[in-house]
Design a protein around this ligand. Structure first.
Ligand SMILES: Nc1ncnc2c1ncn2[C@@H]1O[C@H](COP(=O)(O)OP(=O)(O)OP(=O)(O)O)[C@@H](O)[C@H]1O
Ligand SMILES: [Mg+2]
Length: 512
């Protein structure tokens, strides 16, 4: 076993290790300290220099070298006199099984780099969602990390990171493995049309895509569904907390809804006046429907600029989506050609339906048979920020974040800004897959609400490279550092693996 350092001082949470020269201990490295009962896994969170030579002497020698007077001047046994010190914390104690570490490693004991066999306790859970491989610093170990989809999705997942650090890539990898599973359904609102793989690799290339993936787009490729939603599917409450209406507008909407039920939007768009509603209010509502939904009235017809909303077709779209989710499928909605508000509204219609159906299943005692349903939302602060909630009140997304767990409905919230989301929502998101973040305020918000104590990991999070992440979850024993594979490469590998597996099966069948 290659020794890479020796414990020389410290205490719980702050173990000082001297690096063996040339071993290159990295920030974030997982190290193992063995003793007779088992071993402790330590994680490095800071590095510093140590030296036996006084600073005054080092300054003098450096000066002489820099000024050209120190040719040939060397330290006596430099590897003994100058060295690197690593600060580490214990993250896990493993005897016959893993525990929260409550003991210190042996004083003056040696440490080595973690090996794959040290992580044998990380087993594949039921209903797995793949997130990547264990990482020690920047070294990737061949140990797969999965979340139990049924549990983790109902308890919400937050994916915070600065732009370009690999959030979308991670979600794509997760969705890929979700396509194998029937125990959870996932609705993906995809404002960048980046998951299906219209021009390149994507979820459509999965072997189960035909069976388990639904793709809706206003501009669907062959074989996909056209995204058309009938105006009758939209109820006033679907706008709650997503679009701001004045009191007068709100009153007018309720009057139209009371009078015309599911034709309320059509009547407003057609400009049919209603007793008690001011013409100016009606005009404003008409304008709002046009800017939000692209819906307007021309030459005796209701039209829609993006053709997503219609008064004549799309009656079953939202029901079809909800049914697919209830069968444990992945439903991707390409919202790249519609506005922000229309995207959130479509999500709201589906989420409201799912939520009320699941509330009903619960009251009928049928919830256990139903798959968990999760909703992927990009730029989550659009609906979850404190400002938004203060201004517009609760919306279906914040309601799910607060109480969806009881009804097996959860969110996968993607965000560049964590600090603007209220603390009580953040702490409800019981799994956080933290990618790199250079903003200190964002890191603090993430660390403060994490499932494990990450207070020493500020520097580590700041230095995470693309695809490097930390999974902090109430469902993991410790905050597991992972590397998320690049989707294109992961797909290549997983398809060959699938092929081997199915070839293997055929062989066995022939032999039998
Ligand atoms: N695991 C990875 N390994 C290597 N490169 C990666 C990885 N993940 C992402 N990248 C690279 O980084 C780029 C940005 O990734 P991605 O689009 O997933 O980031 P993002 O966090 O979703 O960004 P945005 O905030 O703009 O949505 C990708 O195009 C890819 O080239
Ligand atoms: Mg992205």
């Amino acid at each position: 076993m290659e020794i890479c350092g020796q414990i020389i001082a410290g205490g719980v949470g702050k173990i000082l290790i001297r690096e063996k020269s040339g071993e290159k201990i990295e920030l974030g490295d997982l190290l193992v300290a063995e003793n007779s009962e088992g071993y402790l896994i330590l994680q490095v969170y800071d590095l510093l220099y140590g030296s036996q030579i006084s600073q005054v002497a080092r300054e003098l020698i450096a000066g002489m070298k820099l000024e050209g007077l120190g040719a040939g001047l060397e330290f006596f046994e430099p590897q003994l006199r100058n060295y690197v010190l690593a600060l580490a914390k214990s993250v896990l104690r493993v005897t016959s099984k893993p525990h929260v570490p409550k003991v210190l490693p042996d004083f003056f004991g040696t440490v080595r780099h973690v090996l794959e066999k040290d992580l044998d306790f990380l087993i594949k859970p039921p209903n797995p969602i793949y997130v990547g491989k264990v990482r020690s610093g920047s070294k990737v170990l061949n140990v797969d990390v999965y979340l139990n989809g049924v549990e983790a999705l109902a308890h919400h997942i937050l994916i915070p990171a600065t732009t370009g650090r690999g959030k979308s890539n991670l979600v794509k990898v997760m969705l890929w493995s979700a396509l194998n599973e029937k125990k959870f359904g996932i609705l993906v609102l995809d404002p960048h049309d980046e998951y299906y793989g219209r021009n390149g690799k994507g979820l459509k290339d999965h072997l189960s895509a035909k069976e388990n993936l639904l793709y809706y787009s206003s501009d669907p490729p062959v074989g996909a569904n056209t995204l058309v939603i009938n105006l009758k599917s939209i109820q006033p409450e679907h706008f709650d907390g997503i679009v701001d209406f004045t009191d007068a507008q709100r009153d007018a909407i309720s009057m139209y809804y009371r009078e015309f039920r599911d034709e309320w939007i059509e009547k407003i768009v057609r400009g049919e006046s209603l007793k008690g509603v001011d013409q100016r209010t009606l005009n404003v509502l008409q304008r709002k429907m046009k800017t939000m939904l692209g819906v307007y009235y021309q030459n005796g017809e209701i039209r829609c600029t993006n053709e997503v909303f219609s008064d004549t077709s799309g009656e079953s779209t939202t029901d079809d989506i909800v049914k697919a989710l209830e069968k444990g499928k992945v439903v991707v909605i390409d919202t790249s050609k519609i506005g922000d508000e229309a995207e959130l509204l479509i999500g709201s219609i589906v989420a409201n339906k799912v939520f009320s159906r699941y509330q009903e299943y619960k009251s009928q005692g049928k919830l256990d048979e139903k798959p968990t349903i999760s909703i992927v939302i990009e730029e989550a602060p659009r609906v979850l920020s404190s400002d938004r909630l203060a201004k517009s009140g609760e919306n279906i997304y914040s309601m799910i974040a607060r109480e969806g767990r009881k009804f097996k409905v959860g969110l996968i919230a993607i965000t560049q800004l964590t600090s603007v989301i209220p603390r009580n929502i953040l702490t409800n998101m019981n799994t956080k897959i933290i990618l790199g973040n250079e903003m200190a305020t964002e890191r603090h918000a993430i660390i403060e609400s994490a499932a494990q104590d990450l207070s020493d990991d500020d520097r580590t999070i700041a230095s995470l490279d693309k695809g490097e992440a930390i999974v902090s979850s109430i469902f993991t024993r410790f905050a597991v550092p992972i590397y998320v594979p690049l989707f294109d490469e992961f797909v290549k590998e997983s398809r060959t693996k699938d092929r081997f597996e199915s070839e293997g099966k055929i062989e066995i069948e022939f032999e039998g």
